[in-house]
Design a protein around this ligand. Sequence first.
Ligand SMILES: Nc1ncnc2c1ncn2[C@@H]1O[C@H](COP(=O)(O)OP(=O)(O)O)[C@@H](O)[C@H]1O
Ligand SMILES: [Mg+2]
Length: 233
Amino acid sequence: MELEALNEKYDVTQNIIQIKGLKKSFDNGKITALNGIDLNIKKGEFVSIIGPSGSGKSTILNMLGALDRGDEGFINVSGHDLNKTKDLSSFRSKEIGFIFQLHNLIPNLTVVENVEIPMYEGDLSNKEIRKKALKLLEYVELTDKVNRRPTELSGGERQRVAIARALANDPSIILADEPTGSLDSKTGQIILQRLREIHEKENVTLIVVTHDLSVANQAERIIRVLDGKIVEN
Ligand SMILES: Nc1ncnc2c1ncn2[C@@H]1O[C@H](COP(=O)(O)OP(=O)(O)O)[C@@H](O)[C@H]1O
Ligand SMILES: [Mg+2]
C-alpha cells in the first residue's frame, strides 16, 4: 500500500469523522456557506458546534449526514469517503441518526409509526420492527403515547420521539441540530441528558449544534464556527 493511502487509512480508523478543506457554496457561488473546513472527530466523542446564525453549522451537519455534498475537499465519515459513496441513503440509514430542532416527525403517522420508518431500509420483519420501535419508545418513556399523533404531544415529548427514531438503526453517529432550540430550558436539559446517556452507554459519537452555551459546555469539545470557518477547536 502507498504511504499516503496508509496514512489516510490510519487517520480514518482513529477518527470516525475526518474533514479536510471542505467548501460549500450556494446560489452559483454567491453565498459561501463553508470556506475550507478542517475537522477530525474521534469515535465516541461528544462535540458541540456553536457560532452565530448563518455561520455554517447546519451545512456542516448536512455534509456529515450526507444530506448534501460539498463542492471541494475531503470528507470521510465512518470509513465512507462521501465524495465517492454512491448509495448515500444506505450510508445514512446505517450510520447516522438525525435529530432536528423541529423534530421533522410525520404528522399523519402515529408515534410508533414515526419511529419505525427508518427501519424499513433494513432487513427486520414488520413484527421485529414494531417490537424494536416499542422498546425504543419505552426507553424514552413514551409507552403511554405510542398511538398518538405528533400534534397531540408536547415539544419535549416530540423531541423524545425524534430521539427514538434517530436510534432506530443503531447509528454510530448522532447529529443533532439545535435539538433543544424549541424547548424551554428545563425540558431542553432533559433531552440533552438523554442524548448524553446514549453517548455514554453506547459509545455513540454525538455532535450537537446549539446556540445555548449551557448545552454546549456539557460537550467534551466545543467547535466554534464563524463565516464558514472553524475558529476554535
Ligand atoms: N439551501 C440553501 N440555499 C441557499 N443558501 C443556503 C442554503 N443553506 C444554507 N444557506 C446559506 O449558507 C450559510 C450557512 O447556513 P447554515 O449552515 O444554515 O448556518 P447556521 O446553521 O450556522 O445558521 C447562510 O448564509 C445560509 O443562508
Ligand atoms: Mg442552522
